[in-house]
Design a protein around this ligand. Structure first.
Ligand code: SF4
Length: 336
């Protein structure tokens, strides 16, 4: 590939990250539907990528799918051979019909993931309606304490609710991933976040580098740290999680930056095992496996000589445009 900054990978990508599909393995790639139920949310995260999408969706008419629309899309996905659906948003647990949607997906034979901030799931009735169905709960935890987490979510009290939900889900034997979107505000907390997860019985950690859209784009340098700043605490978080028998994966961090942690990049897994289609509310269906790489990410000139060029996705385009490429390189550009 070897496409440089300002090279051929152009276009506007309006979608978020947030997948956690690294427990999906199959001889052939699994088809995955990522469906945004609505853009409403009870958090207001500093890194939120959908802040602008909501306005565009409302300009098109509304910022949610009806129950009937979602059910029809699930049927359609099953007919087209999809094996997996992730419900996301916005915050999908704000919808009263979520248990109906999840149960229908399960009945159709789809594996189900739920991308959530977990706050509503601190209430037993809402949580119980989703338990016992084999759902993978990917719960956003952005700090190891209320001070940091609530500063990221800009929602006082959110840490207590999210952690309460994670604790209850884990103690009930549900599949739970703790997902951190890394920011300047929480980068030093990554090891402590791993500790908190382990303490409540969650042994899976997703460390995602932020995409500079929505709220993150409004204050890019204030929200998004340099990759080289993130690596030391990220490494310590991975060590703590793995030492306790858990698992950590990264999203959107290039292989050369990860260095000897390159094997935990979730993109290694997606490339072989998952093909994703994203259904936003402000645009038509997107081939996310393609668009993530071709439109969302970019590479530097130095990537042309990199032995990992073919298997590395590079970095989010706006990162290179803001911070440049000096941290990248096949021999550990991070050390330059
Ligand atoms: S590993 Fe680094 S140098 Fe190699 S292709 Fe990826 S971003 Fe470029």
């Amino acid at each position: 590939m070897g496409v440089g900054v300002g090279g051929t990978r152009r276009g506007v990508l309006r979608t978020g990250t947030g997948l956690d599909l690294t427990d999906i393995t199959a001889p052939r790639p699994v088809l995955h539907l990522d469906i945004k139920l609505s853009y409403a949310c009870n958090n207001h995260c500093i890194h939120c990528v959908v802040a602008d999408q909501r306005a565009r969706a409302l300009a098109r008419g509304r910022d949610f799918r009806t129950t009937a629309e979602v059910l029809a899309e699930l049927e359609d996905a099953r007919r087209r051979g999809f094996g997996l659906v992730t419900f996301t948003g916005g915050e999908p647990t704000l919808r009263r019909d979520l248990p109906v949607l999840v149960r229908r997906a399960v009945a159709l034979g789809l594996a189900v993931g739920l991308q959530t901030n977990g706050r509503v799931l601190c209430y037993a009735p809402a949580r119980e309606a989703l338990c016992g169905l084999g759902v993978r709960f990917v719960v956003a935890l952005h700090g190891a304490d209320a001070e940091v987490h609530d500063a990221v979510t800009r929602a006082p009290g959110s840490f207590e609710q999210t952690l309460s939900a994670m604790t209850a889900l884990a103690s009930r034997g549900e599949k739970v991933t703790g997902k951190v979107v890394i920011s300047r505000r929480n980068k030093a907390s990554l090891p402590a976040i791993a500790d908190v997860l382990l303490r409540v019985g969650v042994r899976r950690l997703n460390l995602t580098f932020p995409h500079g859209l929505g709220n993150a784009a409004r204050d890019y340098r204030g929200v998004v740290p340099r990759l080289s700043e993130v690596l030391p605490p990220l490494r310590e978080a991975v060590v703590r999680m793995e030492r306790a028998g858990g698992e950590a994966v990264t999203e959107a961090i290039p292989l050369c930056v990860l260095g000897d942690l390159a094997h935990i990049a979730s993109e290694n897994h997606y490339r072989e095992h998952v093909r994703s289609e994203v259904r936003q509310l402000d645009q038509g269906p997107r081939d996310w496996s393609r668009d993530r790489v071709v439109e969302g990410k970019a590479k530097a000139e130095v990537c042309r000589d990199c032995p990992d060029d073919d298997r590395c996705e590079g970095v989010w385009r706006e990162y290179l445009e803001t911070y440049g490429d000096e941290e990248l390189g096949p021999d550990g550009g991070r050390h330059r």
